[in-house]
Design a protein around this ligand. Structure first.
Ligand code: CS2
Ligand code: MG
Length: 414
C-alpha cells in the first residue's frame, strides 16, 4: 500500500486551518492537522514544497520509519513549523492504518483506558458579573471543569477574555465565550499589559469564583507566559487557598529552570508545554518534577507517534496529560488527541474550545461531547472527514495573534 497523493488543504471556515490529506494507491485516505496559528502558510509551504514530494511511493504502513525519515532526514530538526508538518504526516498515516484495520484509531493505541475524557472549557469576563455568567453558561452546556480568565482593571483587553475590547469571533461561533484570538488583520493588534495590576487582581477573582461556585469545581488559569519566575511563584502562592486544578504557562517556556523557583514557593499544580514541540523540551521538567501536566498537542509536538512517547516518558514521573485544545487546533488535531487520550494510562484532562458551526460542517467530526467528557466514535480511523466544497467557499484570510507591550511600550510576551 503506497502513498499515491498528498494534498495540502488551506481553508478559513471561521479561522484558518491547514490540513494534509494523504491518499494511498488502493484508495485509503488519511487526514492530518498542520495548523500553526498566525503562521499557517509557512507550514503549508514546508509540506507542499519539501514533504509531500518525499511521500510519493512510500509504504503508507511505515509510520515510525516515516517519522524518523522526516525528523532526522530534515537535518534541521525541531521547531514549530517542522514539527507541525511532521505531525500532519504522522496523524494521516495513523488514520490510514486504522482504516485499513477497520478499527477506531484508539484500538491501535492500546484500546480504551477510560469511558471518556474529562474536558475543560474557557469561561471569561471583563468583570465578575460577565465571568459568573460565562461560568454558568459552561456548566449549563455540561462542562465539569472551567478555565477562568478575567479582565484586569485599567487594561482594555486581556488574553483569554472574549468580551475584551479587541476580541473577535469566528463565524457565528459562541461569540462571547469561544472566541478566536487571531484577528483577521494585515498586522498583529497591539495590546497593553501591567503585571502588577494582574497579580493584585487575579487572586480576588478566584476568591469570588470559589465563593460563588463552591470548593469542588475544578478551576484552571492560564497566565500565558507573562510572569518572571518570582512573580509566578507569588501568583502560585496567592492562588493556593483557591485550590486550582492547574496554573498554566506562568513563565516564558524557554527558561525551564524558572520553574525551580516557582516550585520552591508554591504547591499550585503547573501545566506547561503548548509551545513545546519535542520530547527534549520536557527532560529537565520531568526529571526534576517541575510540572504536573503536559500541554503539548498532537498537531504541534510531531504527531501521535511523538506525543505518545512524551506521555510514556511523563508517566515515569506521574505527570499527566493536559492536551492543548483551542479553536486553532482543528477537529482533525482534536480527534487525534481524543484517540490518544482515551488510551494512555496517564490521562489528566483535555482542553475543549468548541469550533464554529462552519468548521464542524467542513470536518464533520464524529467525536461526541456529553456530561463534561469527550469520547471518540467507533468509526474506523480518526472519524473526521474533509468537505472540499465548503473549503473552497472559505479561502485563507491573513490573521495574526496579538502582540503585547507593557505600559511603557516595551515588548512583552502575549
Ligand atoms: C491558549 C491558546 O488555549 C490555551 O491554553 O494558550 O488559546 C493559545 O493562545 C492559542 O492556541 C495560540 O494560538
Ligand atoms: Mg495556554
Amino acid at each position: 500500500m503506497q502513498v499515491a497523493n498528498a494534498e495540502v488543504l488551506v481553508a478559513n471556515p471561521g479561522r484558518n486551518f491547514v490540513t494534509l490529506r494523504v491518499t494511498t494507491d488502493d484508495g485509503f485516505v488519511g487526514l492530518g492537522d498542520a495548523t500553526l496559528n498566525g503562521r499557517e502558510l509557512a507550514v503549508a509551504a514546508y509540506l507542499s514544497e519539501h514533504v509531500a514530494p518525499l511521500l510519493m511511493g512510500r509504504d503508507a504502513h511505515q509510520v515510525e520509519d516515516t517519522w524518523q525519515y522526516l525528523y532526522r532526514g530534515a537535518y534541521w530538526r525541531r521547531g514549530p513549523v517542522t514539527m507541525a508538518a511532521v505531525a500532519a504526516v504522522d496523524t494521516a498515516l495513523w488514520d490510514i492504518k486504522a482504516k485499513v484495520a477497520g478499527l477506531p484509531l484508539y484500538q491501535l493505541l492500546g484500546g480504551r483506558s477510560r469511558s471518556g475524557l474529562l474536558v475543560y472549557g474557557h469561561a471569561s469576563g471583563m468583570d465578575l458579573r460577565e465571568l459568573f455568567e460565562s461560568v454558568r453558561e459552561h456548566l449549563e452546556k455540561g462542562y465539569r471543569a472551567i478555565r477562568v480568565q478575567a479582565g484586569v482593571p485599567g487594561l482594555s483587553s486581556v488574553y483569554g477574555v472574549a468580551s475584551s475590547k479587541n476580541a473577535s469571533v469566528g463565524d457565528g461561533g459562541d461569540a462571547r465565550y469561544d472566541y478566536e484570538p487571531a484577528r483577521r488583520s494585515a498586522v498583529p493588534v497591539e495590546e497593553r499589559w501591567d503585571t502588577r495590576a494582574y497579580l493584585r487582581h487575579i487572586p480576588t477573582v478566584f476568591e469570588a469564583v470559589r465563593n460563588e461556585f463552591g470548593p469542588e469545581l475544578p478551576l484552571l488559569h492560564d497566565a500565558h507566559h507573562r510572569l518572571t519566575p518570582i512573580q509566578a511563584a507569588k501568583l502560585g502562592k496567592s492562588l493556593e487557598p483557591y485550590d486550582l486544578f492547574w496554573l498554566e504557562d506562568p513563565t516564558p517556556a524557554e527558561n525551564q529552570a524558572a520553574l525551580r523557583r516557582v516550585r520552591e514557593h508554591t504547591t499550585t499544580p503547573l501545566a506547561i508545554g503548548e509551545v513545546f514541540n519535542s520530547i527534549w523540551d520536557y527532560r529537565e521538567l520531568f526529571e526534576e518534577q517541575l510540572i504536573d501536566y503536559v500541554r503539548s498537542a498532537v498537531t504541534h509536538a510531531g504527531g501521535i507517534t511523538a506525543l505518545r512517547r512524551i506521555f510514556d516518558y511523563a508517566s515515569v514521573y506521574q505527570i499527566k496529560s493536559g492536551v492543548h485544545g483551542p479553536t486553532d487546533i482543528s477537529p482533525v488535531g482534536l480527534a487525534a488527541a481524543i484517540h490518544l487520550g482515551i488510551a494512555i494510562p496517564n490521562f489528566g484532562i483535555q482542553e475543549y474550545m468548541r469550533h464554529s458551526p462552519t468548521t464542524n460542517e467542513l470536518f464533520r467530526p464524529s467525536y461526541t461531547f456529553a456530561d463534561g467528557t469527550l469520547a471518540p466514535s467507533e468509526a474506523p480511523g480518526l472519524g473526521v472527514d474533509y468537505d472540499d466544497t465548503i473549503a473552497q467557499a472559505h479561502p485563507y484570510q491573513a490573521a495574526y495573534l496579538p502582540v503585547n507591550r507593557l505600559l511603557d511600550g516595551s515588548m512583552h510576551d502575549w
